[in-house]
Design a protein. Structure first.
Length: 223
């Protein structure tokens, strides 16, 4: 139900009319790395992996997302942590057509990018490694790296809003998915409240009978 709300909001905001976006992944640890997974709700679903940027081993998933250039998620999904980023992206890319998507070096691969372009009409742009024969201009490389900061900002906001994305402590895969859907929907709702009503939401928190919105209202002008 929440995801349907989110999709309708994106439609009304005109975000589905864009043809450019950002593509990236975020680690989602679940059960402690050394804890037994045999009796866990994630057995057969999550997987072990290593995060290079954080230099850590973890068990869980990768959250993969395609966002607008403004940092609003259009499509997202969960895959086992050991899934290759390019393979993880394919299910999302099949839902789009004619997009120019900017990603990091995890989505490098001339043959793979060509195959995606032929099959889905989506074009993947990434920075080049220094040892690659064909290079791009420094200006273009700097521009792509700057775009990546936007999706990193999205993941940072989703991680820190409410329960930390990396410490959700869900007991089942269904509960984990529900948490992530709620986080994505909250993120879009915050954008709508800020852009259309001038309300900056600090947090959503639940009591037995009411859902409260803690917020900062715009300060009226005074002489």
């Amino acid at each position: 139900m929440l995801e349907k709300f989110r999709q309708q909001w994106l439609l009304r905001l005109g975000m589905t009319l864009t043809n450019s976006g950002l593509l990236d992944t975020k680690l989602v640890p679940d059960v402690g790395y050394r804890r037994s997974k045999k009796h866990s709700g994630f057995q057969g679903s999550g997987a072990y992996s290593y995060c290079v940027s954080k230099k850590m081993n973890y068990f869980g998933y990768k959250l993969i997302a395609i966002c607008t250039l403004e940092g609003l998620p259009l499509l997202y999904g969960l895959v086992p942590a050991n899934t290759d980023e390019r393979k993880a992206a394919e299910a999302l890319l099949d839902e789009l057509s004619g997009f120019s998507l900017f990603a990091d070096k995890g989505f490098l691969g001339t043959d793979w990018q060509y195959e995606i372009c032929q099959r889905t009409s989506n074009q993947i742009w990434t920075p080049k490694r220094k040892n690659q024969r064909k290079q791009q201009s420094d200006v273009f490389e700097h521009w792509i790296n700057g775009l990546q900061l936007r999706i990193e900002g999205l993941f940072n906001e989703i991680r820190n809003f409410g329960k930390n994305l990396e410490r959700l402590l869900a007991k089942t895969i269904i509960a984990l998915c529900a948490h992530i859907v709620a986080k994505m929907t909250n993120h879009l709702l915050m954008y709508i409240l800020r852009s259309q009503f001038g309300i900056d939401v600090l947090s959503f928190f639940k009591t037995p009978n009411l859902i409260h919105i803690k917020r900062i209202m715009p300060t009226p002008c005074t002489r």
